[in-house]
Design a protein. Structure first.
Length: 256
């Protein structure tokens, strides 16, 4: 699933039909993007169906990407939420696989703690992506772009201000919500969640800025608004692996 998602994302970035479109305007409806003579898409007069078949066409990835865009335009919040749920669930499974590999190499960890998949943990991360991560970022970007409209120049002062707001106002708040939301789903008390914040919050934010400051700059500067949450979700796959390991290390230690 992740390989297909990354492949269709790369297909989008490499597709010539988007290179001539303002990256700060939401993509046109599918019916307009695929017409034979769209004046806003110079150099792409032919429709997708009339272009020569490539390996991507044969694999169905281009059709899948087109279908995804159609669904995204029809119901953006639902599609973003489902996408986030799938990606974050997959990220936790990856995190569990990493933990098991590390545990198998560590003689001090019992066999019972290093075997099998924690389904409840997987469901928690998938549910977090569906119910919190995607809706939060969907409405957050709407508010951010409403207050500071995107500019045609990706390297404008507006872009810089939005990155600062995102990473030094929004991100610290959302990180607390992540700790609290996932801790609540695990059945932790308020005191236990606070203790975990005291122990891990600073390290988590420092790691966050190393990844998300450049990623957010790319997202805000170059991604069309309708695709920003998708880009964020792809990056969030790797960030969620870190969070999965970070938030579950206490549980792992308690089982030793």
């Amino acid at each position: 699933m992740m390989a297909q998602l990354l492949a269709v994302s790369l297909l989008f970035l490499g597709s010539p039909q988007y290179h001539s479109v303002n990256a700060f305007v939401s993509p046109h409806p599918i019916s307009q993007r695929t017409t034979l003579t769209n004046p806003q898409l110079p150099g792409c007069a032919q429709s997708l169906t009339s272009r020569p078949k490539t390996s991507l066409n044969v694999a169905g990835l281009e059709e899948a990407w087109s279908s995804y865009l159609t669904a995204l335009e029809a119901d953006p919040l639902l599609v973003k939420s489902i996408t986030a749920g799938v990606i974050l669930g997959a990220a936790d499974l990856s995190g569990q696989a990493i933990q098991q590999a590390m545990a198998n190499a560590d003689d001090s960890v019992s066999d019972s703690s290093s075997s099998g998949v924690d389904i409840a943990r997987f469901v928690r991360f998938a549910f977090f992506g569906f119910i919190l991560q995607a809706p939060w970022n969907h409405f957050y970007y709407q508010l951010l772009d409403g207050a500071l409209p995107p500019t045609e120049d990706p390297f404008s002062a507006t872009t810089g201000i939005k990155v600062v707001i995102d990473q030094f106002v929004q991100a610290p708040i959302f990180t607390v919500l992540i700790f609290g939301f996932l801790g609540f789903l695990e059945g932790k008390t308020a005191d236990e969640i606070k203790q975990q914040l005291d122990e891990d919050y600073t390290d988590t934010m420092l790691a966050n800025w190393k990844l998300w400051v450049p990623a957010t700059a790319v997202n805000i500067a170059f991604c069309p608004p309708i695709l920003r949450v998708l880009f964020l979700n792809v990056v969030f796959y790797f960030w969620s692996i870190f969070l999965s390991l970070k938030l579950n290390k206490t549980e792992e230690v308690s089982e030793i």
